[in-house]
Write a protein that binds this ligand. Structure first.
Ligand SMILES: [Zn+2]
Length: 67
């Protein structure tokens, strides 16, 4: 299966990852990453930054002991 960029129609073999911020959900802001076509820089998708999820999770888990 190949993935094609919807804009330049090049086959996407890798993506450029950019940090972007998302806001609105739950009234807080989220660290997100945008996966861009390396050729034309069109965003192919955005997701929550996995590093941010891990940090939040660790912070939450370490917080349980003190409650
Ligand atoms: Zn492209």
């Amino acid at each position: 299966m190949t993935t094609k960029c919807p804009r330049c129609e090049e086959e996407v073999k890798g993506v450029t990852v950019r940090e972007v911020s998302g806001c609105g959900y739950g009234g807080r802001s989220w660290k997100c990453i945008s996966l861009n076509c390396p050729k034309c820089n069109t965003s192919l998708g955005v997701q929550i930054n996995p590093d941010a999820i891990r940090k939040d999770l660790l912070a939450e888990m370490s917080g349980y002991g003190s409650r």
